[in-house]
Design a protein around this ligand. Structure first.
Ligand code: FAD
Length: 496
């Protein structure tokens, strides 16, 4: 049919998945059109996710660190917070990164079409132009014809149906907009996003309550690590409500009144100046006309793909948050490269590229709280649930020279090695093997910057001796990884 533009690869969505796919495809010589409804590239991650949250968390961590220095004889006095300047600082960080992306797209000759995209056929996407900084539609439409498509339309925050429409009730995007610092804040959902935003607001002066349906905060992380984080963060919270549901809310002049119900039936209530909904994210699969292209979308709005990121329609791929958990930027980027390479390989008859596949064994997670909590691979509970016997190496940072010098020795590094008798020797990559590392995590300052080493150890099929005999620089927090491995091995001082 009629088309205003045509291309080898149409990428729908300009987040970390979409721009990474577009750039890799362009670098491989393909003609690429990238469709994004907002004025700036970067998606959730750069505009209202990873980056702005870290800009604010950095400020909060420095404020908290400075407060600790009193014990070392250095006093700065009470902080003077200018929320408008802080918001401006965060905006500048975003602008620097998104501007850089625009330049990179131009250098690679990726055509960016601004507007809301929806499939109108298996090889056509209609884009309704949008203007301003948001997604106001102008009514003007364009059709893009494509040989292949990569869907990277991402996800958005889940909103609880019983919350009234009120500016004092926000999702993570509203919290990052930083309209002011409330006296009393409720965080609904004790996961990474809620706890990161809670850290920022609490350091700026808010008192926190948190409500969580499960029996612990930061689900997914090893309980030994979360325990340390929780002890260090108790001072931020008036109430930590676990195994509790939020069941109702009303906007009143005094604040947002919220009702809670414990799984045991206990009723309670609280009044808040700000309520953050952080109960998860839902994929945008049902909003892109996927059916018109024949692409199957699940009940919840996810798009199923194989390890080449291919949907049920062979020339259409999907990546990032829209294909499922974990909804993390680094996962989206790696999936993006796979999809772009497979397409380029097929269009150009390059068998090696066409065989690209997403086969990461593990994907690390990080809560950029203070202290940070980072983990990768199996946790002790998961290993137990799978009937895998493990050998643990736990290294408390109270024995780390650097952590003590930093005045932050509350951390712990924990590694888990396969100790099942039936584990066999393994091949170091594809499967388990006796003695090989299965997972690990750290709680402590800079844990997120160090977790990559444990991910690499798992990908390489390292055992405790490999890690323990790897020389880490002294004095660093990273030494704790080598030390934890030595603890698990008993000792590495014996000559092999
Ligand atoms: P998105 O980033 O959601 O991008 C999708 C893009 O598609 C958007 O720009 C959207 O406007 C566009 N789009 C959607 N539909 C259409 C359409 N029909 N037409 C045109 N354009 C469309 N992850 C981490 O790894 N580390 C972190 O520290 C981290 N922190 C986070 C903090 C917060 C507060 C939040 C909310 C998320 C955080 N995440 C973090 C998650 C991370 O942001 C996502 O995993 C990541 O952005 C997913 O990338 P994506 O490309 O799949 O989708």
């Amino acid at each position: 049919g009629h088309a205003d533009l045509d291309c080898d690869v149409l990428v729908l969505g300009g987040g970390p998945g979409g721009y990474s796919a577009a750039f890799r495809a362009a670098d491989l010589g393909l003609k690429v059109v990238l469709v994004e409804r907002y004025a700036q590239l970067g998606g959730v991650c750069l505009n209202v996710g990873c980056i702005p949250s870290k800009a604010l968390l950095h400020v909060a961590a420095v404020m908290d660190e400075v407060a600790h220095l009193s014990a070392a004889g250095i006093d700065f006095g009470a902080p003077q917070v200018n929320v408008d300047t802080l918001r401006g600082h965060k905006e500048k960080v975003i602008a620097k990164l998104t501007g850089g992306l625009g330049q990179m797209a131009k250098m690679r000759k990726v055509t960016i079409v601004r507007g809301y995209g929806a499939f109108v056929g298996a090889n056509h996407l209609e884009v309704e132009e949008t203007t301003g900084t948001g997604q106001d539609k102008t009514g003007s439409k364009k059709v893009v014809a494509f040989k292949n498509a990569i869907i990277a339309a991402g996800s958005q925050a889940v909103h609880l149906p019983f919350f009234p429409d009120d500016p004092r009730i926000v999702d993570s995007t509203g919290a990052l907009a930083l309209q002011g610092v409330p006296k009393k804040m409720l965080i609904v959902g004790g996961g990474i996003i809620g706890l990161e935003m809670g850290t920022v607001y609490s350091t700026l002066g808010a008192r926190l309550d948190v409500v969580e349906m499960m029996d612990g905060l930061m689900q997914g992380a090893d309980r030994d690590l979360v325990k340390v984080w929780q002890k260090m963060n108790q001072h931020r919270f008036d109430k930590v409500m676990l195994k509790t549901k939020t069941v109702g809310a009303q906007a009143t002049p005094e604040g947002i009144k919220v009702q809670f119900e414990g799984l045991d039936g206990t009723q309670s209530e609280g009044t808040y100046d700000l309520v953050l909904q952080a109960v998860g994210r839902t994929p945008n699969g049902k909003k892109i006309g996927a059916d018109k292209a024949g692409v199957a979308v699940t009940e919840r709005g996810f798009i199923d793909v194989n390890i080449q990121m291919r949907t049920n329609v062979p020339h259409i791929f999907a990546i990032g948050d829209i294909v499922g958990q974990p909804m993390l930027a680094h996962k989206a980027v790696h999936e993006a490269h796979v999809a772009a390479e497979v397409i380029a390989g097929e269009l150009q008859g390059n068998k090696e590229l066409a065989a690209a596949a997403f086969n990461a064994r593990v994907i690390p997670s990080v809560a950029y709280t203070d202290p940070e909590v980072a983990w990768v691979g199996l946790t002790e509970d998961q290993a137990k649930a799978q009937g895998i016997q493990v050998k643990k190496g736990l290294f408390p940072w109270a024995a780390s020279g650097r952590a003590i010098a930093n005045g932050r020795d509350e951390g712990v590094t924990k590694l888990l090695f396969d100790d099942s008798p039936e584990a066999g020797s393994g091949d170091g990559h594809a499967g388990r093997g006796h003695g090989k590392i299965l997972g690990g995590g750290m709680v402590g300052t800079h844990a997120g910057d160090m977790i990559g080493e444990i991910a690499l150890a798992i990908e390489m099929g390292a055992d405790a001796v490999d890690i323990g005999k790897t020389i880490h620089p002294h004095p660093t927090l990273g030494e704790s990884i080598g030390m934890a491995a030595e603890v698990a091995h008993g000792s590495c001082t014996d000559v092999p």
